[in-house]
Write a protein that binds this ligand. Structure first.
Ligand code: PEP
Ligand code: MG
Length: 567
């Protein structure tokens, strides 16, 4: 049987399926404490009901035509129950009168109703017991993604889930999973970035994956064709065997291939670095010819643990990475916790609107218990080698000043000139991009986080598939801001690196160079493609091209121009 979805991370993998059963979710929800007053919890509940309703609606639309009408109708009946005023009224009462969190209230009411339905002699009513449990789980997941059950995975497992958080993917990747199939996953989400970085094939957009794909069966994730195949026929088994052999041959060719130096036709060396989330992604930097690590997303090293790491533990892991990187560039970002990136054991409150909540450097300024060990570990390493400490999600000059004061206090320096490391600011919030001229004198370099900059500039959540088409860095508004920041950094003589997914698309390398970008940091899987693009381009022929690109009125016009100009 073949189900087709959308490719998030390429590759071909074979393994035994593990369908993540969310049974533990309702139990875990019972111990969630309220994160605010009852009114705020009720508002969270209503937001989650809205989200779950949209999910159910989409499932119905995606499944109609694939399943028979009766099966599809299950989701319609779930949607009906979800909006049932009596059901919601009972949950609200638990919150307002019982002082419960929205998660605990949902769990309690769903379990009570289930027991009532099960005790009913009418079979049709008894059947509703399963429905109410499903709705309860869906609602809890929409309230708090971190309540997914933690499972041990076998090596070579194909994970099938409604969705995966970054922390789950990190944990499972350490168990050696082979591939992932989910119902939903935003292509620019951290789960997607991690899957690509870790080389785990991932396909998404398979509605009802957890119901349609059986537990414990052999399955093949063929991400190039965006499909998952299970219950294979003999013919399918044979043709996939050929594909696996071709993949193995291509991998060994790539390993033996000489480095592609990112030098343009007219001899300019474009600095090409790697984005990594784990030291293993830096292995073989030499072989690739990369100029170093342009962005180390440190938060994922906190995920597969039981508690916060000590300064010594953090230092030891950075030291190990530094050995791999050698004398090449190393840019270590302070943890960007908040939004959907939080360690499972953390007590970081889940904001009502996570992308706009307490996150990045703002969170660290309030949580010196998280900041201090990391800064101390980086400082220790900085006494041994040259490195840049990157500040995530910088918003204003005020925050930069407060951060520099805190760093001075932590390290025992009188001013930032005495820092043992170079200081870099991530420019990924529009206010920081607009104030980059005032930020630059206080830092040694800037790195543009285009994933977040696009999200905040266009008001389109990078993790939300429903607004995926609006999260488009080809929009002239994004490119104009980018060009202005690049010009300001260049005039100030400070290095500027583009990180984020756009930098890794070889079709867009010409556009970035035309806008004046000379440093790119990309995922390992994109390195060779981008290096090849650079080698085909000439900076001399780009005179005036940047201005023509940013003068286009729409993203479609930008794409057309770029395709015609750079092929
Ligand atoms: C970005 O926002 O583009 C970025 C590089 O940071 P992250 O993807 O880790 O948020
Ligand atoms: Mg970012």
């Amino acid at each position: 049987m073949i189900l087709t979805g959308k490719t998030i991370s390429p590759g071909l993998a074979r393994g035994i399926t593990r369908v993540i059963d969310a049974r533990g979710v309702l139990d875990a929800a019972l111990s969630v404490a309220p994160s605010g007053p009852p009114q705020a919890e009720v508002e969270r509940l209503h937001a989650a009901v809205g989200r779950a309703g949209v999910e159910l609606d989409r499932l119905q639309r995606q499944l109609s035509g694939r399943l028979d009408a009766g099966d599809v109708a299950i989701f319609a009946s779930h949607a009906g129950l979800l909006h049932d005023p009596k059901f919601l009224g009972r949950i609200e009462a638990e919150i307002r009168v019982g002082g419960q969190s929205a998660e605990a209230a949902v769990s309690r009411v769903a379990s009570e109703l289930r027991a009532t339905f099960l005790a009913n002699p009418v079979p049709l009513v008894r059947d509703k017991a399963t429905d109410i449990l499903d709705i309860g789980r869906r609602l809890v997941r929409c309230l708090s993604a971190s309540l997914q059950p933690e499972l041990e995975m076998e090596q070579g497992t194909i994970v099938v889930a409604t969705s995966l958080t970054p922390s789950q993917l990190v944990r499972y990747s350490h168990h050696g999973i082979a591939g992932v199939v989910t119902e939903t996953c935003g292509p620019k989400s951290h789960t997607a970035i991690l899957a690509r970085g870790l080389g785990i094939p991932l396909i998404t957009g398979i509605a009802g994956a957890c119901e349609l794909i059986p537990q414990g069966t052999t399955a093949i994730v063929d991400a190039a064709a965006a499909r998952v195949v299970f219950q294979l026929t003999d013919a399918e088994r044979e043709s996939f065997q050929d594909l696996f052999e071709q993949q193995a041959a291509a991998l060994s060719d790539a390993e033996e291939a000489p480095p592609e130096l990112p030098i343009t036709q007219d001899g300019s060396h474009i600095r090409l670095l790697l984005n990594i989330s784990d030291a293993v992604e830096a292995a073989g930097l030499d072989m690739l010819g990369a100029d170093g690590v342009g962005l180390f997303r440190t938060e994922f090293a906190y995920m597969d643990r039981e508690g916060w790491p000590t300064t010594d533990e953090i230092y030891a892991s950075y030291r190990q990475l530094a050995e791999i990187v050698g004398d090449r560039e190393l840019h270590i970002r302070l943890v960007d916790f908040g939004a959907e990136k939080c360690p499972p054991y953390s007590d970081i409150p889940l904001s009502r609107n996570p992308s706009l909540g307490l996150r990045g450097i703002r969170l660290l300024l309030q949580r010196e218990d998280i900041l201090l060990p990391q800064v101390q570990a980086i400082t220790r390493l900085a006494h041994e080698r040259r490195l840049t400490l990157l500040l995530p999600m910088l918003d204003t000059v005020d925050t930069l000043t407060a951060t520099i004061d805190t760093l001075c206090r932590t390290i025992g320096c009188a001013s930032r000139e005495q820092f043992p490391f170079r200081l870099g600011a991530m420019i990924e919030v529009p206010s920081a991009a607009l104030q980059v001229a005032e930020i630059l004198p206080q830092v040694d370099s800037v790195s543009i986080g285009l994933n977040d900059l696009t999200q905040y500039l266009l008001a389109a959540d990078r993790d939300d598939e429903f607004v995926e088409r609006y999260h488009d860095p080809m929009q002239p508004a994004v490119l104009r801001l980018l060009q202005a920041v690049v010009a300001t950094a260049s005039a100030a003589g400070k290095p500027l690196t583009i990180c984020g997914e756009l930098a890794g698309d070889p079709k867009l390398t010409g556009l970035l160079l035309a806008l004046g970008v000379r440093r790119l940091s990309v995922a390992r899987s994109n390195y060779r493609g981008v290096a090849n693009s650079i080698r085909r381009l000439s900076l001399r022929s780009m005179e005036g091209v940047g201005a023509e690109i940013t003068a286009q009125p729409t993203a479609a016009a930008v794409r057309k121009y770029v395709a015609e100009r750079f092929g």
